[in-house]
Design a protein around this ligand. Structure first.
Ligand code: CDP
Length: 228
């Protein structure tokens, strides 16, 4: 299937399978995959390492200047790196998950991440996932998808993901973290999570990844009148 040179924006709630779906689309269509959430997670890990998060979870204003020294990237395998060192596992812990949403609500953090995303996406043919890609980062994206799934399914998926990596997790704690992040992400002042009016809704509670790919191919064929 020949896909035009577009940006595909995949937004939605935490743990709805955005990144798995976005990665698979990128592979299937020969696009670059960019995980915006990984950048917010990397900023959070960096702030933790620099001791810029206080005990009450408030963030020191020094983070703003410190961001000037943060070199965050993806390597060839798409793994997140800080100063060229892979931090993929470190950014996926519950410790980072529990502090990322307040950090992602800071306007200067959002500016930092948006700038990096635009730099990395400059070549086009990109699938990007996050919370505000279709509404703020790439409002002119060629295709916008908004993903959702039931809370039970989402919590179960994240729980299995964590335990498969050998990280200790409790399903109730995972659920609570997802609910808290949904709330903060949807209610923050700067660029809150909301569905773009021109996005296609995908509820994948009862879908396999193969069915998701068939669904998106159908959407692309209809939208761009692709015949092959
Ligand atoms: O994978 P998961 O759904 O847990 O979240 P993520 O995509 O790794 O993003 C982690 C957090 O970063 C989210 O809960 C949001 O607080 C924030 N985020 C955001 O504010 N805007 C984005 N475009 C992407 C993530």
């Amino acid at each position: 299937m020949t896909i035009p040179d577009i940006v595909i924006a995949v937004d939605g709630y935490s743990s709805t399978g955005k990144s798995s779906f976005a990665k698979l689309m990128a592979k299937e269509f020969g696009f670059l995959y960019l995980d915006s959430g990984a950048l917010y997670r990397a900023v959070t890990l960096f702030a933790q390492r620099e001791n810029l998060i206080r005990k009450d979870n408030s963030v020191s204003v020094s983070l703003r200047n410190a961001l000037g020294t943060l070199k965050v990237d993806f390597d060839r395998e798409g793994r997140t790196c800080i100063d060229s060192v892979v931090v993929e596992n470190q950014i996926r812990t519950m410790s980072v998950s529990s502090q990322v949403s307040p950090i992602a609500a800071l306007p200067y953090v959002r500016e930092f991440v948006d700038r990096r995303l635009h730099e990395m996406a400059s070549g086009g043919r990109v699938v990007m996932d996050g919370r505000d890609i279709g509404t703020t980062v790439f409002p002119n994206a060629g295709l916008k998808i908004f993903m959702t799934a039931s809370m039970e399914v989402r919590a179960q998926r994240r729980f299995l993901e964590l335990t498969a990596k050998g990280q200790s997790a409790c399903i109730e704690e995972v659920k609570k973290n997802l609910q808290e992040r949904d709330f903060i992400d949807s209610h923050r002042e700067t660029s809150p999570l909301s569905r773009a009016a021109d996005s296609f809704l995908l509820d994948n509670s009862n879908m396999t990844m193969e069915q998701e790919i068939l669904w998106v191919k159908g959407v692309l064929q209809g939208k761009f009148l692709i015949l092959d």
